[in-house]
Write a protein that binds this ligand. Structure first.
Ligand SMILES: [Zn+2]
Length: 424
């Protein structure tokens, strides 16, 4: 069994506690020991990696990942063959960011997530651990319905109306091999005339049908749920991954707080920020973004999500990266957004990006942690990420990426003049 000892590193263990100087021994695909200080002598059979004072931490977990999303063209115009290749490339890009596990949040075509996950799992292509998702299942006139009465179109969604149709769609995708079922329960600012962010798109019996298939077949559930009524349906039907939730009222916040160990909110606030202020070249000049409500949504969302965090509801970074104005490699910008808009402390943000992400992924005791017995999904950062959250945006600062005990990026030699962590 391969043994690797990371020495002379500062360890951020995912819990949010202050990093400490120490050593981590990896045996095979698991962490065998974590020790404070420097004790490398008895471990002559291990390959020793001197981190030169770098920070060793759990790989990041993205709990709202659209691996197949790409910009700037209409995704439905991309043939499945090209789209599969794009999704494969995105998988590598996401792992290059230090994201070693990700929960699918909607695939652009029914089998993209599934086949790419299978290739990753077979070890034939690089990518994070991945839970493959259905396309976004939406009702007629819900977010994503781009059809016209005289012509059929599709972009990203799978259309289904009524419990029977939804049940069938979910069962078909279970047959194909999805891990996650995604339902579009609320509307959105993107389609104000059809189904606004304040409106419900799906009825209770439709949500119930999708949720029941997921429960019967042991799949995860995720939902687009911007407003309070949609959040209540998530709680009622056990939809554990609540996306957006930016318009939650006090009653739905109470519900989420009461059930905070069973639900994870992944707001994708980076998407709202980018659509409000940075998407002028993509059809959203500031005036349009204002008119559509994105600027206001950002303000209200910041307020709501700040309250959620204060109540102990788990609010996670990442989400909705992959569009032309939110490219995948910029997903760690969410850390800055969480600091600015939610007032979260760096240690809280990184705990949400690791430990809480692992809970949302469904491996709470094996991922998102640096502790004996955890899976060896580890990254090494050049510097102190708690002092500078932008380090994750610079590939050169991500010195090492290990997934399941295997390097995706072997350790980069740090500059020798650095002061060892143990002496600091
Ligand atoms: Zn999304």
């Amino acid at each position: 069994m391969t043994k690797t000892l990371f020495t002379n590193v500062k360890i951020f263990d995912g819990t949010g506690s202050a990093p400490f100087a120490g050593e981590v021994l990896v045996e095979g695909n698991r962490i065998a020991s974590v020790t404070k200080g420097k004790n490398e002598a008895p471990l002559k059979d291990a390959k020793i990696i001197d981190g030169g004072g770098a920070t060793l931490m759990p790989g990041l977990v993205n709990a709202h990942c659209h691996m197949s999303y790409t910009g700037p063209e209409r995704m439905s115009d991309i043939p499945p063959e090209e789209h599969t290749l794009i999704t494969m490339h995105n998988a590598k890009t996401i792992l290059d960011c230090g994201v070693t596990a990700a929960v699918g949040a909607g695939a652009a075509k029914p089998r993209l997530d599934i086949v790419v996950r299978n290739e990753i799992n077979a070890g034939r292509i690089p990518g994070p651990r991945y839970l493959a998702c259905t396309p976004e299942i939406t009702v007629t006139s819900g977010l994503g319905d781009v059809r016209q009465t005289h012509a059929y179109h599709n972009d990203l969604s799978l259309y289904a109306d009524g419990p029977d149709h939804i049940r069938r769609a979910c069962r078909e995708l279970v047959r194909e091999g999805v891990d996650v079922i995604k339902l579009m329960i609320s509307g959105d600012h993107l389609v104000p005339a059809m189904c606004d962010a304040e409106q419900l798109a799906m009825d209770d019996d439709e949500v119930a049908a999708g949720a029941r298939v997921a429960k019967q077949r042991g799949r995860k559930l995720a939902a687009h749920a911007r407003n309070s009524e949609s959040i209540k349906l998530c709680v009622k039907h056990g939809i554990e991954l609540v996306f957006h939730a930016t318009l939650a009222d006090e009653e739905s916040l109470d519900l989420l707080e009461k059930n905070k160990d069973r639900f994870w909110v992944v707001p994708a606030i980076g998407f709202t920020h980018a659509t409000a202020y940075e998407a002028g070249d993509h059809g959203f000049p500031l005036e349009t973004a204002k008119e559509m409500g994105f600027v206001r949504e950002l303000e209200i969302g910041a307020e709501t999500l700040t309250k959620m965090h204060a109540r102990g509801i788990k609010v996670l970074p990442f989400g909705d990266y992959g569009f032309g104005w939110t490219p995948h490699h910029t997903m760690a910008r969410d850390f800055g957004h969480f600091a600015n808009y939610l007032g979260m402390k760096p240690a809280e943000i990184l705990r949400a990006a690791t430990l809480y992400g692992a809970q949302a992924f469904g491996k709470p005791d094996e991922l998102g942690c640096v502790a004996p017995g955890c899976l060896a999904d580890l990254i090494m950062i050049d510097g102190d990420p708690l002092a500078d959250l932008t380090l994750f945006l610079d590939p050169a600062k991500i010195l090492m990426i290990m997934k399941d005990g295997v390097y995706h990026k072997a350790p980069t030699q740090r500059r020798s003049e650095r002061i060892p962590a143990a002496a600091e």
